[in-house]
Design a protein around this ligand. Structure first.
Ligand SMILES: Cc1cc2nc3c(=O)[nH]c(=O)nc-3n(C[C@H](O)[C@H](O)[C@H](O)COP(=O)(O)O)c2cc1C
Length: 507
């Protein structure tokens, strides 16, 4: 299987479309009482406790949208800052007791079905309070499990074909996905959820790093097998999705190749659901990069695919930071964040909507995008009720920072239907669909482009969550009927596929 055989992505994407995707046809029952244990436990590793520092840093909205260049970055040099970033990326922020189901621990970022299938590893040099090594983050015990001792960053430098940011980072986070912890409920769609639920965590990580003034970049291009082997993953069950180098480091680390020994570290079972879905495995392997040459060539195709083609400027956004948003720290927002379970039909203001869109879409440093601000994602919006804005359907023109009215009207029933016949999108104020021209993306980036598009959409989606709560607006991610969304926004959205959906509104 090869990254250029993009029929494999099309088979997967079409086969997992709601409502009639061929891979969703088999009957399946999920019992929430049998939800897999949502933490990876290493049986034999003694953890290093993490300092529990929850102090506040920058205002949320600034943290979400800040751009930090390599030469302006601080150095990540202590365990305290690292712990702060990890906790607000994926730590436990609240516990709720549900009758019949027991206690559920909710985490810093949203996750489909609260199944928490994404784990975080890190590879670092010596920093204050932590020796160089390869570690797993355990959010349950707030500790790091050391898998390997010593500086292994050169393995990641190698695996990313000398990526500049990886080469200059003291700490590199690696996000992994345990398939069966989520496929137990969502079956073959799990591979979409992998990126959705990783993207929301990464949105938090990027915001936290910005608040510390650390440079970051999201790396999607790497030799999969090398990274997975470094983390000692059982690749049939758990795989790496993205790397994030953090901060800048002027010190030199060993360049000579390091032999990666197999560790086979014993863990508790990764999930109580053991069916390895062949369609997920097939797409994952078909989108894997297998050599440095392939990584370099993949990265060199990073000129973006833009669709800023429209010239009308119907409603120019009016982002504005009032005293409340300036005073609300990113930590407060992350702890407050939760997915709305019910919306009233009240309006949000045009200023709130403007601020949320403007700051969430500022740009993400990702290795497949040439320049900060480039994007392969377009936003299509149903406005149900926003003060001083006509109800209707819109396209967000990023270049002119405006909402282009495609059709005026009340579309609450349609929104409800498109969001899998749930009440939330009909009752919310605004529904946002993150779409991409998948054919163009796959032509350029091969199957790996599917991972890239899902990930970029989900990071922007995660930012929408944070920006919304910073503006006292509630939000929830949502699932959708794929082809009907494309049809609904057509002809403007012709050939575009939905990657992510979010609804904003008032409680
Ligand atoms: C991409 C995405 C899609 C989601 N889809 C739905 C959905 O279709 N219906 C729903 O009620 N909640 C949905 N959720 C919300 C999750 O159930 C929620 O994030 C999870 O229970 C964790 O709760 P929290 O976000 O409050 O921390 C979705 C969340 C995400 C990130």
């Amino acid at each position: 299987m090869n990254n250029d055989e993009t029929q494999i992505t099309w088979n997967y994407h079409n086969g997992t479309k709601h409502p009639n995707g061929i891979f969703l046809m088999k009957p399946h029952f999920y019992d929430p009482a049998l939800r897999p244990y949502p933490y990876k436990i290493y049986k034999t590793l003694k953890g290093i406790p993490l300092p529990n520092d929850k102090h506040s840093t920058l205002p949320a909205i600034k943290s979400i949208s800040e751009f930090i260049s390599q030469n302006k970055s601080n150095n990540l040099s202590d365990l305290q800052s690292l712990s702060h970033i990890l906790y607000f990326s994926s730590g436990i922020t609240k516990t709720i007791n549900y009758a019949g189901l027991g206690e559920f621990e909710f985490r810093a970022a949203s996750c489909t079905g609260a199944l928490y299938h994404i784990e975080i590893y890190l590879v670092c040099r010596d920093i204050l309070g932590l020796d160089a090594g390869v570690y797993h983050f355990d959010p349950k015990q707030m500790k790091l499990d050391q898998l390997r001792k010593g500086d292994f960053r050169s393995v990641l430098v190698n695996a990313t074909a000398d990526n500049f940011d990886v080469k200059h980072a003291p700490v590199i986070l690696v996000y992994t996905d345990i398939f069966t912890r989520n496929s137990t409920k969502y079956r073959t769609r799990e591979y979409r959820h992998a990126f959705w639920d990783c993207g929301t965590i990464i949105a938090n990580t990027l915001a936290m790093c910005n608040s510390h003034h650390f440079r970051t970049k999201v790396i999607m291009g790497f030799v999969d097998d090398v990274v997975n082997s470094l983390l000692d993953l059982n690749q049939e069950k758990e795989v790496s999705l993205a790397l994030i180098p953090i901060g800048k480091d002027i010190s030199v680390f060993p360049e000579e190749p390091i032999e990666i020994e197999k560790l086979n570290l014993p863990t508790e079972p990764l999930s109580n659901y053991n069916y390895d879905d062949p369609e997920i495995t097939k797409l994952h392997y078909a989108s894997s990069l297998t050599s440095l040459r392939q990584v370099s060539s993949w990265r060199s195709k990073n000129s973006s695919i833009q669709s800023y083609d429209s010239s009308t400027k119907d409603d120019v956004l009016e982002p504005k930071l009032d005293e409340i948003s300036v005073g609300t720290s990113i930590e407060t927002v992350i702890v407050k964040r939760g997915s709305a379970r019910k919306f009233s039909r009240k309006s949000i203001s045009f200023q709130q909507l403007s601020t949320i869109i403007y700051y969430s879409t500022h740009g993400i440093c990702m290795d497949f995008l040439q320049n900060y601000g480039d994007s392969i994602i377009d936003l299509y919006i149903i406005v149900n009720s926003v003060e001083n804005l006509k109800s209707g359907i819109y396209y967000f023109n990023k270049k002119s920072n405006s909402l282009e009215l495609l059709k005026e009207g009340i579309f609450r029933n349609e929104a409800m239907h498109l969001g899998l016949d749930q009440d939330l999108p009909g009752d919310g104020s605004v529904c946002i669909f993150f779409m991409t021209d998948l054919e163009k993306v796959l032509d350029k980036l091969g199957n790996r482009g599917y991972r890239a598009a899902q990930m970029e959409a989900s990071i922007i989606g995660g930012r929408f969550y944070l920006a919304a709560y910073s503006q006292k607006v509630e939000a929830t991610g949502l699932t959708f009927y794929d082809d009907e969304v494309t049809e609904f926004f057509s002809p403007h959205s012709k050939n575009k596929n939905t990657m992510f959906m979010i609804v904003l509104g008032k409680k």
